[in-house]
Design a protein. Structure first.
Length: 308
């Protein structure tokens, strides 16, 4: 009897331990190299960020490379804290007020962990980082690529291919695209005095079937309006439109886009031969898993003239 009772108690105890162990496992957060790699929430209207294409199967490595790269440039461009700042204790005892002011200033300093948040997306070879103020995705990506072109021997990434900055994102609908594009295009095309600019439109659609490429081009070209004209080779501005599932994003890039290898870090660090240039530039569906094309001059011009 005693043995039976003891056995039941032991079994009951083990069951309790197992339950507690299982509960603890459910609350564990996966970490890599001591970092919290938990992805941020899904993309939502009002977000800004940066898409990046990468080598197939290297999405995790790509996120790590970009996290380090963005953190470095955040400190350079925005004075973001990296968590390595040290306080000067020598004057703390002598002047408590100054010590408190320094601590408050440090708290106000943006942290790279808050400026850039990876968002898990359901597309192979593509990752996305959500950004917040004061980060300007276009300026950040341009600066990274400028430095890479100036010093290609200093290879900063190994799995990252193209960077695609998104100034603003909204719902992937005709109304959502109009709202986002109107806000993003205004500083470049509609600020007084309005000067004639040339432009091109580049679209990329992933995991989405409602908005069609031709409809996007027509709508954006109409929003740009006159006196601006299309010029694919010598454009003043390139309008990027990215559509992913139920979200669309728009940004405007300047004429240096081609000089900076279309923001393709892989091409900057290791230029390819002419035969494979198109595939490396990310224009192929196999890399981006989407419909990526640039509006031809005839297409956009005809759309604008007919008003369709």
């Amino acid at each position: 009897m005693e043995q039976g009772g003891k056995r039941k108690a032991d079994e009951s105890g083990r069951d309790g331990d197992d339950k507690r162990t299982k509960t603890k496992k459910q609350w564990q957060v996966p970490r890599k190299n001591g970092r919290d790699n938990e992805p941020a929430r899904a993309m939502q209207p009002g977000d800004s960020g940066i898409f990046a294409t990468c080598i197939k199967g290297k999405e995790g490595k790509c996120v790590g490379e970009l996290r380090d790269l963005f953190a470095e440039y955040a400190g350079l461009l925005y004075g973001a804290a990296t968590g390595d700042d040290q306080q000067d204790d020598d004057g703390a005892a002598e002047d408590i007020e100054k010590s408190l002011e320094a601590e408050i200033a440090s708290m106000k300093k943006p942290s790279t962990a808050h400026l850039f948040s990876p968002v898990k997306i359901d597309v192979q070879c593509v990752v996305f980082f959500k950004t917040v103020t004061p980060v300007n995705p276009v300026n950040l990506v341009s600066r990274i690529c400028e430095d890479a072109v100036a010093n290609p021997q200093r290879k900063r990434t190994r799995t990252v291919k193209r960077l695609v900055p998104m100034t603003l994102m909204g719902r992937a609908s005709a109304e959502g695209l109009e709202k986002v594009a109107t806000e993003v295009l205004a500083p470049h095309f509609h600020t007084e005095p309005v000067l004639s600019r040339t432009y091109a439109i580049r679209t990329n659609i992933r995991n989405h079937s409602i908005l069609k490429r031709d409809d996007i081009i027509k709508q954006v070209a109409t929003l740009v309006g006159s006196p601006h004209t299309v010029d694919l080779k010598n454009f003043d501005h390139l309008i990027l439109v990215e559509v992913y599932q139920n979200i669309c994003g728009v940004s405007v890039i300047d004429r240096r886009f081609e000089e900076l290898k279309r923001y393709n870090l892989s091409e900057i660090f290791e230029p390819t031969t002419k035969e494979s240039t198109q595939a490396v530039n990310g224009d192929s569906v196999s890399e981006s898993h989407g419909d990526s094309r640039v509006a031809t001059a005839g297409e956009a011009a005809a759309d604008m003239e007919t008003g369709t």
